[in-house]
Ligand binder design. Structure first.
Ligand SMILES: [Zn+2]
Length: 379
């Protein structure tokens, strides 16, 4: 069986010499991280900027359907031009200010999730220029046929035209076949589209929310013109999300730890297998960080709960955005300081079916021969 070796990012900063790189070694960067896009988060509410960026000839759209990305091949995203998505993204979409969009909210009207991802500043030639920034603007568009009948028919028309060009939506549980740059762009597009899709209703009052800040926040508007059609006042009942500064819903990132546990003598590594794993499949231990818990505390708690092993020092190794759906994987290395603390006990939390200490040489050999991703059979 083939092992999965995604192309890792190589941002320039990893090659730079500094006091910190000499002290701690080079920074490890992981797949889905190190996007080539400058997100320009401070321009997300600037509608004149977004309006001009949307229609610039260099602008590209990453299109998703049910979160599957539109591709030319399994290794290459398709970058659509504005003309190809215009049916779903009217040219006047950013003509009104965000304030007016909220004021004129009408829950009968729906629009697809559209997210400004950032500017690829490595492509300045014929790029879009705004103030001191020049590059290729990237947007993500959810072309899933949903919402009003009009939106659905527009989506189907666009999808039909794109698929007739031989393009297809990549159906993979985890997409690892893109180049490092494209993987990071896709990760951002997927995570934000998924979050928008799950948050179309207010978690406090249950009414429809609307997308603001070019797809990176959602607001619960105080009025709804649909109510006027029913003979009511446009004013909606009070909602706590509008009374304080926290009047918006922000995208989630769920921090998760994954840890290589090293024995006291430094010669063995602790691996475990969940009941849902395929036969012979062992992995490093992982779990969610809980509220009011440091990364180091979460590592110690998870390893004790799942394997009964007590850890001492925990060192953070590197981190990785994991857009399935909104995790930040924080990789750590941790050590047991006393051989008595190495005893495995699976009886606290019955999550693991087995946990074992493996010789480092055995793990190295397994990594050399090949590893398999979660959900696939062991090599
Ligand atoms: Zn609300």
């Amino acid at each position: 069986m083939m092992s999965t070796h995604p192309q890792l990012p190589t941002p320039a900063h990893t090659q730079a010499e500094s006091m910190l790189s000499r002290q701690f070694g080079k920074e490890t960067v992981n797949y889905f991280s190190s996007s080539p896009l400058n997100r320009l988060s401070f321009l997300r509410g600037d509608h004149p900027f977004l309006s001009a960026a949307l229609k610039h000839p260099s602008t590209r759209f990453v299109i998703l359907k049910e979160l599957a990305p539109l591709t030319k091949s399994p290794a290459e995203l398709y970058h659509a031009k504005y003309e190809e998505v215009q049916k779903l993204v009217p040219a006047n979409i950013y003509d009104k200010s965000e304030e007016d969009v909220i004021k004129e909210h009408d829950s009968r009207k729906t629009s697809p999730h559209l997210i400004f991802l950032g500017l690829d500043e490595s492509r300045k030639q014929d790029g879009f220029a705004w103030k001191i920034y020049t590059g290729t603007p990237y947007f993500a568009l959810d072309a899933t046929a949903r919402g009003s009948e009009e939106q659905q028919s527009n989506a189907k028309e666009i999808l039909g035209a794109l698929e007739s060009k031989g393009l297809s939506f990549l159906q993979a549980r985890v997409a690892m076949s893109f180049s490092a740059d494209e993987a990071a762009i896709y990760a951002q597009a997927r995570a934000l589209t998924d979050w928008n899709t799950r948050n179309t209703f207010c978690g406090t009052c249950g009414n429809r929310t609307i997308s603001v800040n070019s797809g990176t926040k959602r607001a619960c508007p105080p009025t709804d013109l649909a109510r006027v059609a029913d003979g009511k006042s446009a004013e909606k009942p009070a909602c706590n999300t509008r009374t304080t500064i926290s009047n918006l819903s922000f995208p989630r990132t769920d921090p998760t730890i994954i840890v290589a546990v090293v024995s006291t003598d430094g010669k063995r590594i602790l691996l475990g297998r969940s009941k849902r794993f395929p036969p012979n499949w062992y992995s490093t231990l992982a779990g969610f960080i809980e509220p009011a818990e440091s990364v180091e505390d979460a590592v110690r708690r998870e390893v004790w709960e799942e394997a009964g092993v007590t850890l001492s020092r925990v060192v953070i190794h590197s981190s990785q955005p994991w857009p399935y759906p909104a995790n930040l994987m924080i990789g750590a290395i941790a050590q047991v300081s006393d051989p008595a603390h190495e005893t495995i006990n699976l009886e606290h939390d019955p999550e693991l079916e087995d946990a074992k200490w493996f010789e480092v040489s055995e793990v190295e050999e397994a990594l050399r021969v090949g590893t398999s991703p979660l959900g696939e059979n062991a090599v």
